[in-house]
Design a protein around this ligand. Structure first.
Ligand SMILES: NC(=O)c1ccc[n+]([C@@H]2O[C@H](COP(=O)([O-])OP(=O)(O)OC[C@H]3O[C@@H](n4cnc5c(N)ncnc54)[C@H](OP(=O)(O)O)[C@@H]3O)[C@@H](O)[C@H]2O)c1
Length: 290
């Protein structure tokens, strides 16, 4: 019988791309969602509602489904829900996974770091609470993701923590590309920072890497990010080229000193390169070559 994977946040941006590439996978898939029905893009997918803020609901779903693996992608983008969904929701998922002996891949983020280091490898540990001389997340969202990482590692005996960066794609547009497109199409000036450095990863490529990772006997932290670091400004120009948008209204600027976001989040991808056959493409390849 095929192995069973339970995906939280299956109706989210990454979840959608995981499901879109699910038909070629040798898995039975339980696609968990909160409010929005996930895309049932192949017969091996079954949708199931599960509010991760409810510990008993999470426990019941996992006890009944007994998946081999949980791929936990669910988050909230509402600041009032960061603690309930990102922190405690992740705790509920990790506890139930540990109780029923289920493997866990937990999605984390580059924003767990403050960007003070020139680069971060997997041994870098974020500190949700300020500690002098240590990397600290700058935003409430980053702090919630860092707390979730920390607690998941305490609760589950062998989790995989995947730190990723800006996830982008075109069908449909991701949140920040949609903001860029709407701004340009409305004729507004769109300011993009020349010193805000990220490793954007194309959503279909991230999904492919996660499916491969799900088949491996690996536990620990791994960075799944794009192969090159580039500024939001350079990235924005590539997106304009890909989408046929006039970049005349894109304004290049340094980040203002009072802007609360990490400047440079350059996560090393050497472990992923060593471990995985699949390679995420760079934004140059994605935007200029097809
Ligand atoms: N997007 C990025 O650029 C980026 C960058 C770095 C890391 N990541 C990480 O990648 C993962 C996936 O991100 P994403 O962009 O796909 O997120 P997303 O599009 O915002 O999707 C979030 C998902 O979580 C679900 N959800 C919200 N509240 C829930 C609750 N109480 N119980 C159960 N599910 C709930 C949502 O369901 P409803 O739609 O029904 O509410 C949705 O399916 C996250 O862990 C994120 O931190 C993302």
């Amino acid at each position: 019988m095929n192995r069973c994977i339970l995906i939280t946040g299956a109706s989210g941006y990454l979840g959608r791309h995981l499901l879109l590439s699910a038909s070629s996978r040798d898995w039975r898939i339980i696609a968990c969602y909160h409010r929005t029905q996930p895309l049932l893009s192949s017969p091996n997918i079954r949708a199931m509602p599960m509010d991760i803020r409810e510990p008993e609901a999470v426990r019941t779903v996992i006890r009944r489904a007994r998946p081999d693996l949980i791929l936990h992608t669910a988050i909230s983008r509402q600041p009032t829900q960061f603690d309930a969904v990102i922190v405690r929701g992740s705790v509920h998922v990790a506890r139930a996974a540990a109780e029923f002996g289920v493997g866990l891949i937990h999605l984390s983020s580059d924003i767990v770091f403050d960007g003070a280091a020139p680069t971060y490898d997997e041994s870098a540990t974020p500190h949700p609470e300020p500690q002098s001389g240590q990397p600290d997340p700058l935003s409430p969202h980053g702090r919630a993701k860092a707390r979730a990482e920390h607690l998941v590692r305490e609760i589950h005996p062998s989790p995989v923590i995947v730190r990723t960066s800006l996830i982008y794609g075109f069908e449909p547009l991701d949140h920040s590309t949609r903001w860029l497109v709407e701004g340009v199409q409305a004729g507004r000036k769109v300011t993009l920072f020349t010193d805000q450095i990220r490793r954007p990863i194309y959503a279909p490529d991230l999904a492919t890497c996660l499916w491969e990772l799900a088949t491996l006997d690996f536990s620990g932290v791994i960075h799944l990010v794009g192969p090159i670091a580039l500024s939001r400004y350079e990235f924005g120009l590539l997106l304009c080229q890909k989408l046929g948008l006039d970049p005349a209204n894109i304004v290049a600027a340094p980040m203002p000193s009072d802007f609360i976001a990490p400047r440079c989040l350059d996560l090393s991808d050497s472990l992923a390169r060593a471990l995985l056959h699949n390679r995420p493409r760079s934004p140059y390849e994605v935007c200029l070559q097809n």
